[in-house]
Design a protein around this ligand. Structure first.
Ligand SMILES: [Zn+2]
Length: 317
């Protein structure tokens, strides 16, 4: 999240709270909630078996552990933050290696002061959905919640989608942004690149801070969604048998904003940042591994996985 909370706070206007609690339901077509999203599961008889793979919890603990200095990210190296040039490079090296192990070819998007990482899963059309998170932190903060949790959610989604022996209609492009904390620099550079390349962007989803749920209600905030999009997320939750309440907000200030500025349909996923249940360790040296609620992170990640799968398989927009 951009360093001064005031920027995100001052951009919270006209917040509406809409609770969408959806009980678990089977994902067969007949009980399909009206999302306007036609998910092609017929041709290859492709279904996402689960949005919560068995490896999710242990994988996310490892990723957050290495990014936040709880564990060595390289022999003899434990990060104190992901703000310095060398620590951001070590972070990129680690993420690139993880993505390559999963089977991606990692593209580096050098834009001058920093470098984003891009890993794509091809689609049968030229439409592209971007799914991203920033990997940098503020100086002096291990950034376990902000934003190792977001990185762990996007990396998990990249892995799960890659593991499916299914083709996608739209390309799924997983992007790890640099320099979010100093003004959305990496995501703004990437949004400008998409415009320059004339990419047919169908939607952008970014994740920032998904590790705090003190009140135990599992709720997540959906930021700045275009009209109708939160219904799509809710439909994915129902379709994949999840049960999570969504809180729509008008919060700007994280990477989704950079894409909205370019006119792309983009939304942010986060913990209850404006609904009063967010980490008190925000941008502090105390934003460490032990403060992260990994069950909540896994629950929010399952929502992301369900939504991303449906987007990749959707034939419309
Ligand atoms: Zn952040």
């Amino acid at each position: 999240m951009v360093s001064h909370t005031s920027s995100r706070a001052s951009q919270i206007v006209g917040m509406t709270v809409l609770m969408l609690g959806l009980g678990a339901c089977d994902s067969e077509q007949s009980s399909e909630p009206d999302s306007g999203l036609s998910v092609d599961s017929g041709a290859e008889d492709c279904q996402l078996d689960t949005a919560s793979p068995t490896w999710l919890g242990s994988m996310q603990r490892e990723v957050v552990g290495k990014l936040s200095g709880e564990e060595e990210i390289a022999p003899g190296v434990q990060l104190s933050d992901r703000a310095t040039v060398s620590n951001r490079q070590r972070t990129r090296d680690y993420l690139s290696a993880e993505l390559e192990v999963i089977g991606y070819v990692v593209e580096r998007h050098d834009y001058g002061s920093g470098t984003n990482l891009v890993a794509s899963l091809a689609g049968s059309t030229d439409g592209v959905y971007v799914v991203g998170a920033h990997f940098d932190s503020v100086p002096g903060s291990p950034g376990a919640n902000d934003n190792a949790t977001g990185v762990a959610a996007v990396l998990a989604s990249a892995r799960l989608m890659r593991e499916q022996a299914c083709s996608f209609t739209a390309e799924l492009r997983f992007v790890f942004f640099d320099e979010e904390e100093i003004g959305l620099v990496g995501s703004r550079a990437y949004a400008a690149k998409l415009v320059q390349d004339g990419t047919r962007v169908l939607g952008v989803t970014t994740v920032d801070q998904l590790g705090w749920d003190e009140d135990g209600d599992w709720q997540i905030e959906i930021e700045l969604a275009i009209p109708g999009e939160i219904d799509r997320v809710a439909a994915s939750i129902a379709r994949h048998g999840l049960s999570v309440s969504l809180l729509p907000t008008n919060t700007a200030g994280s990477d989704h904003t950079a894409f909205r500025e370019q006119g792309f349909p983009a939304l942010g996923i986060t913990e209850e940042f404006v609904n009063g249940d967010t980490t008190p360790h925000y941008h502090l040296g105390s934003d460490v591994f032990d403060t992260v609620n990994f069950d909540y992170l896994a629950s929010g990640s399952a929502v992301l996985n369900a939504y991303v799968w449906d987007l990749g398989r959707s034939a419309d927009r």
